[in-house]
Ligand binder design. Structure first.
Ligand code: FAD
Length: 461
């Protein structure tokens, strides 16, 4: 008879180190959390399964920051501020930033960047703040000192299994791995198992810029015409193919990775993830071959890189003290415990398409992000930041992009410092004090009255 389980004997695990703040995951949320905690003087370690930072922004090849800007009463302003300013300054000094461009029906601003500059700038900032970075380190379990308190994060390294003991933990894995292991409640998808569909991204080089012109408008039209003429179906509607800092290089965000039964590939299912990588590369080659054949300026183009990993938009969303909803996003919701703002529209990757929903024309254009969405229920010494924070399926379709993730991370790192000083749990800290700290550190919290200089600063990139 085939066994379905085997017994793993208990064993002593070597302690790698003891830290005040242990951050799992090096995407935008983890970078900002570790940086804020490190800058506050807390002994901080960030563990990352890859050998570089940036999360989906580098590993999944995004190369664009969304959610840094809002359309405020018709005026495009940068509204995500704070630690991200230091990151952008460094990337800019490396000539690693494009000019901001109007994206999604020309209704919202995004900022594309050079992936290598992001990796280098982020780690330089963390190292300057005294943060220990441990790459090639996969978090695999937690040890609990009680039902509600984590005592150590267990990680797998090339040296073998190690434990990181700590006082406060930050789950920035995107998938809520740490929170799930610690017993925090979470949801997956829309409650019926439907998660946002993933995408494998790739970058095209060797484009002839003058011949390509506005190919970001031409390619979607050519694909539509091909579908109408031949009955062929591309992976999804609304393909995004746009130039990078160097206009000979373009990024392609147009695949949609489905299981054979049509459901989205799950980022927390080992077999599906593996299948998704193969299927993603197949779609990259198929779509690239079409673009190269029909698009002016792309005749000598080639794929310079298929992203190291499939881009996962949504898996677990950990239930916190508040759940940010689509109504909050579209209604420009206000919260007393604001830790920043989000102006990105709802961007739901549904089967075969992308559904965009904006805040009403002429509205303030952003919602505040409440601190309570990064404080999980049940577990006392944990923050959950980034795309796995406490948001509904539809709310997450907006507030999962990089801008809000930076804000959540900065708030977690700052709140960790406050909680440690007060000897209090994260859910018990004074959020008015937190707002004062974030405001002093340059975060725009969403009330212009609080920050008279905000408008002038926001006009800049
Ligand atoms: C295809 C695609 C295109 C997108 N396009 C854009 C865009 O153009 N602009 C934009 O702003 N946003 C975009 N997004 C959304 C955005 O990138 C993500 O939602 C955002 O990166 C989430 O940040 P995060 O820090 O929460 O998680 P992630 O960026 O996913 O980072 C999580 C990090 O944790 C690490 N990790 C995970 N599990 C473990 C573990 N167990 N142990 C150790 N390390 C672990 C991962 O390797 C990763 O580095 C896109 C997403 C996808 C998938």
């Amino acid at each position: 008879m085939t066994r379905t389980t085997v017994h793993e004997p208990g064993r002593e695990v070597t302690v790698f180190g003891d830290y005040e703040v242990v951050v799992a995951g090096g995407g935008p949320a983890g970078i900002a959390a570790a940086l804020a905690a490190g800058r506050a003087g807390r002994s901080t370690i960030l563990v990352e399964r890859y050998g570089f930072l940036g999360g989906a922004g580098t590993a999944a090849g995004l190369s664009t920051f969304c959610g840094l800007h809002s359309n405020v009463h018709g005026e495009h302003l940068r509204t995500t501020r704070g630690i991200v300013d230091d990151l952008l300054d460094r990337m800019g000094a490396m000539d690693g930033l494009n000019e901001p461009h109007l994206s999604v029906q020309n209704r919202i601003t995004a900022l594309s960047y050079d992936i290598s500059a992001y990796k280098i700038a982020a780690e330089e900032l963390l190292l300057a703040a005294g943060v220990t970075i441990l790459y090639h380190c996969f978090a695999s379990a937690v040890l609990m000192s009680s039902d509600v308190e984590i005592s150590a994060l267990v990680v797998e390294t090339k040296e073998g299994r190690r434990a990181l003991t700590g006082r406060l933990f930050v789950d920035a894995t995107g998938d809520g791995d740490v929170a799930a292991w610690a017993g925090a409640p979470y949801e997956v998808g829309d409650g019926k198992g439907n998660m946002l569909y993933p995408t494998t991204m790739y970058r095209i080089s060797g484009v002839e810029p003058s011949a390509a012109g506005n190919a970001w408008e031409v390619i979607p039209r050519l694909m539509e015409e091909e579908e109408a003429r031949t009955g062929r179906a591309f992976p999804r509607k609304k393909p995004i193919v746009r130039p990078q800092r160097n206009p000979t290089e373009w990024r392609a965000n147009l695949t949609q990775i489905r299981n054979p039964d049509g459901t989205p590939v799950s980022g927390i299912d080992a077999r599906q993830l593996s299948y998704g990588e193969t299927e993603g590369r197949r779609q990259c080659w198929e779509t690239f071959s079409f673009i190269k054949r029909v698009t002016p300026g792309f005749g000598d183009a080639y794929i310079v890189e298929i992203a190291p990993q499939i881009g996962i938009r949504e898996t677990r969303r950990v239930i916190g003290e508040y759940l940010l909803t689509e109504e909050d996003i579209l209604g420009c919701g206000d919260f007393d415990d604001s830790i920043g703002v989000n102006g990105w529209p709802v961007e739901a990757h549904v089967e075969g398409d992308v559904r965009f929903v904006f805040t009403p024309e002429g509205s303030r254009g952003y919602n505040q992000i409440p601190y309570r969405i990064i404080v999980p229920q049940r577990v006392d010494n944990l923050f959950v930041v980034g795309r796995c924070a406490s948001m509904s399926h539809d709310g997450q379709s907006s507030a999962r992009v990089s801008g809000p993730c930076f804000s959540m991370g900065q708030a977690a790192g700052t709140a960790a410092d406050m909680a440690l000083s007060a000897g209090a749990a994260p859910r018990a800290i004074d959020t008015a004090d937190l707002a004062r700290r974030l405001d002093a550190d340059g975060v725009f919290l969403g009330e212009p009255a609080r920050r008279p200089a905000w408008r002038e600063r926001s006009a800049a990139t």
